[in-house]
Every structure is written in C-alpha cells, then in structure tokens.
Write a protein that binds this ligand. Structure first.
Ligand code: NAD
Length: 481
C-alpha cells in the first residue's frame, strides 16, 4: 500500500466545520490514504487583522503538501477584506477551475435530466488580471489580457482532462467575432492544441449563442473550455440548471498546487444545526482523490454517494415529498454514504475512475520562434472635453512630423476623424493614431512626439505602442476605419 499523501485541510466557517467533518469521516472509512495537516483560514483570521484571511504559516503547509481541501469561509462584511479564493488562486498559480455540473434526475429536480457537463475555466487572465484605469473624469478602462502560454495551459488541461475522464468532446466558447485578437488567440490555440487530440471531437461556439444553447440543451455539451469571465458566469449557470448548486464540487488546478472545494458558501444561518448538505465538499474531495492518484477510493466514495442520493436519503436542501425517502442531517447523511461504500448505484450511472490515468505533464513544446516585432506607430490618448474633434485633429496634425502622420481619431473606439459621423456621442477622451513612414519607429521618435504634444498644452493620459509581428498588424483598426 502506498504511503499516505500529505494534504492541507481548512475547516472554514459557518457550515464548513460540519461538512468537513462529514467529508473526512467518509474518506477515512473508504480507506483514503491521507496525512492531514490542518490550517486556520477565514473569518477569525480576517478579524484578527489579516486582510487576506490566511496566516503566513498556512502558506508553508500549502507549499509543503501542494494539495488543499478547503471548506467555505465567511468573508466579513465591510471593506478591506480580500477574497481568499482570489488570493489563493494568484499565490498558488491555480490556472484552471474545473467544475462538473451533473444532473441527478429524477432524484434531484432539474429541467435537464441528461446534463453532464464539465466547465474548464481559465482562472488567471482575461478581465480578471485586475488592470484598471480611470483615464479622465468620464472614462474608465479594464484591460482584457490573454496570453499564448496562459491559453495553451488551460486548453491543454481541458483536452487532457477529457482524455483521462473518457470524455468525447471539448467545446471552446469565445467572442472572437468581436475580440479578434484576444479571444481570437484563445480560439487559435484551441484549434492548434486540439489537433494533437484526434480522438476527441472539437467544436467552437460564439459565447452568446453557446451560452443560450447550454442553458437550453446542456446535454449537447461534454467538456467546455473558456476564458475567465465567460467561465465565471457560465459555470454558475451550468451548476444552477443542473439543479444542484449545493451538490457541486470544484477543483482549482495549478502546476504545483491544487485546491478542492464545494462551490457554495458558508451558509452561516444553517451553521451548527447538523442541517447542511456535505455533498459539494465531498464531490470536491472525490476530485482531489483522483488528482492525488487514489482513483479507486474516489470511485468507491462517488458511487456510494450516488447510491445514497438515489435511495432518497436527502438533506433538507434537496428533500422533496414524493421523491425523497428520508430527511437526514449532515452526520446521518455521512453515515448513509459510509454504509454504502462498496455499493454501486442502480438507477443513476455509476462512475468509473479505475482506469483514470494520472495527470501526465504535457511534453514541453519546442520553444516557438519569437515573432519579429517592428514598431510602426503609437496611439496617444488625449483628454479632450470639446465635442469638436476636428479641432483636436487640426492641433495635432502639425505636431506629427517629423516621423509620423496623424491617421485617425476615435472616441470610445469609433472613428470621429477624418470624416466622422456628426451623430457620434463622444466621451472626454480621444484616441489619436500616429503612424510612422514605414521604415520603422524608434522609441525616441515616440518620446519626441509626446514632447511636442505636451509642449502644445494637450493632455495625454495614455499611450499604446503599435507594432507589427512578422509583418502582421498587432492592433485592431478603429471602428469605421
Ligand atoms: P451560500 O452558498 O453560503 O448560501 C446560499 C444559500 O444556499 C443559503 O440559503 C444556504 O442556506 C444554502 N446552502 C449553501 N450551501 C448549503 C449546503 N451545503 N447545504 C444546505 N444549504 C446550503 O451563499 P451566501 O449566503 O451568499 O454566502 C454566505 C457566506 O459565504 C458569505 O460570507 C460569502 O462570502 C461566503 N462564500 C464563501 C465561498 C467560499 O469560501 N468558497 C463561496 C461563496 C460564498
């Protein structure tokens, strides 16, 4: 028998300690080989003045074990407290959020009896990089950041997950008809990496119609991979329409560490009453067992849990007259699962993790040749309250030379000069596009241009360097350009 695997456990707040006790009891009775280190996180730590909700010594345990089973915590009301999940995600590099959304019809009510979808959400980039600016009194900006290495990591994870879990299809959701560069890259990487998985079906949907299809016919999907924002929204939609927000677990996977939890919160009003449903955390723990190479135990626990659910032994949150047989508390539910260890469900589909291959780190790809980057111009954002943008163009044109030509002015991304439509509503900021003469632009040319703009008394609030990569334009055209 293999040695116990060290894991870090946090019992959390509210219903956390009860559902964690129930989960650990089931894992122990199932024969999980775990060496548990406990850490304290959440409300107590927040209120003791640690704004991250986690003590410095807790990080040492996480770095040591690299596996975190986490109960929900309460984030105290009021300002200054940071989301522990966001902190953990960033500090531990947890780039993939994996959330299986499964229907347990007819034992748990849902409109989608055949739903069995796994959402794989990119967890670190996109609009969640946290790069926001106020440029002028009226204009705020949030940068959407998508990188090639970040996209490759998450897309490969989705395909590896599909293969290891015998899933047939991976779907990608993006909005690359609008965000041709950022979402376009994510889609392109999906096509490139997907080609390495000929055994898996692949498809791409534009996220709006894809989301509508997911809400209407989730059985059409298997594994869905998407950038951070879409994944955040749609993983909640998917869990909700499966009928089982309280039953879903999730995994946050990084290259070095992984964190497993329920998707629900600490439900403080239900705390201490032996009422809470431990299923979400238990199913998170099942994902952990697969992750640490104990798929046999994962399978035993998951099937015993399915047998308990189909026998109608339900906690209050999913109990329904007619369908349920017995309303039980947290502890009794855990005992019912323990009593069924070794049993298979008869009506719900049994799970099989026995053949689940352990995660194989992707073979490192040969480093791609870096594209040759050539600076060709600069966008200068100027604070400009006057709706007469032609007047701004007139002031800027003589400042462009030497080295540049003023090509375009946009307000809120829409062309306002030359030949702007008079109806266009303008903000108090204008993007002014200066292009070089084709032989390449040097940084000192840009600095000199900015100097001329400043000397003319104009207020520039931001600049973006415009480049070509292997001769391909590395910036979008203005709308109407
Ligand atoms: P919640 O998920 O705690 O509760 C929402 C509703 O679902 C409540 O009616 C609750 O009674 C019920 N519920 C949730 N889990 C249940 C379970 N296992 N069994 C039975 N019923 C359950 O969401 P909330 O009320 O918005 O948040 C409460 C606290 O949890 C807040 O402090 C919030 O910040 C925190 N929270 C933590 C996490 C986390 O640690 N991962 C996630 C979400 C919310």
């Amino acid at each position: 028998m293999s040695n116990p695997v060290p894991i870090t456990v946090a019992r959390g707040d509210g219903i956390g300690p009860e559902i964690m006790a129930a989960t650990l009891h089931i894992l122990k009775e199932a024969g999980a080989r775990l060496a548990i280190e406990e850490i304290e996180i959440g409300e107590k730590i927040f209120l003791a003045g640690n704004s991250a909700g986690i003590a410095p010594e807790a990080w040492e345990s996480l770095r040591r074990t690299k596996v975190f089973l986490k109960a929900p915590i309460t984030t105290p009301q009021g300002g200054g407290f940071k989301s522990l999940n966001v902190t953990a995600r960033k500090a531990l590099g947890l780039y993939a959020n994996v959330r299986p959304c499964v229907s347990y019809y007819p034992f748990v009510a849902t409109k989608h009896p055949k739903m069995d979808v796994v959402i794989v959400r990119e967890n670190e980039e996109d609009l969640y990089a946290g790069i926001e600016y106020r440029l002028t009194p009226d204009v705020y900006q949030c940068l959407k950041l998508i990188t090639r290495p970040g996209s490759e990591k998450i897309v490969r994870y989705a395909f590896e997950y599909a293969r290891r879990h015998s899933r047939k299809k991976v779907t990608c959701f993006t909005k690359d008809n609008i965000m041709k560069m950022t979402d376009g890259l994510f889609h392109k990487v999906f096509d490139e990496i997907g080609a390495e998985y000929p055994d898996i079906e692949k498809e791409h949907w534009i996220v709006d119609i894809g989301a509508a299809k997911l809400a209407d016919s989730p059985e059409a999907f298997d594994v869905i991979v998407m950038p951070n924002l879409y994944g955040d929204i749609l993983s909640d939609v998917a869990a909700q329409i499966a009928g089982s927000v309280g039953l879903a677990g999730s995994a946050n996977i990084g290259e070095l560490c992984a964190m497993f939890e329920a998707i629900h919160g600490s439900a403080p009003r239900r705390a201490g009453q032996n009422l809470a449903n431990p299923s979400g955390l238990l199913l998170g723990a099942v994902m952990m067992l697969v992750h640490i190479g104990q798929p046999d135990i994962a399978q035993k626990v998951h099937n015993a849990w399915l047998a308990t659910i189909e026998e109608g032994i339900h906690t209050y949150d999913i109990h329904k007259e007619g369908t349920s047989k017995q309303k039980v508390g947290t502890k009794e539910f855990a005992e019912a699962v323990v009593a069924r260890l070794g049993k298979l469900p008869q009506k719900l589909k049994a799970v099989g993790y026995g053949a689940t291959r352990p995660a194989v780190p992707a073979a490192p790809r040969p480093p791609a040749r870096r594209a040759v980057q050539k600076t060709v111009g600069v966008d200068v954002y100027v604070g400009w309250v006057n709706p007469d943008t032609d007047a701004l163009a007139k002031r800027l044109q003589p400042l462009a030379a030497p080295g540049f030509e003023l090509k375009l002015l946009t307000s809120r991304g829409i062309k306002v000069w030359p030949d702007g439509q008079p109806e266009i509503a303008k903000a108090d900021e204008c993007r002014c596009r200066f292009l070089g003469n084709g032989t390449g632009v040097k940084h000192k040319d840009i600095v000199a241009l900015l100097g001329r703009i400043a000397d003319a008394g104009l207020d520039f609030v931001k600049t973006e360097t415009l480049s070509e990569f292997d001769g391909e334009r590395g910036f979008s055209l203005g709308q109407g350009e």
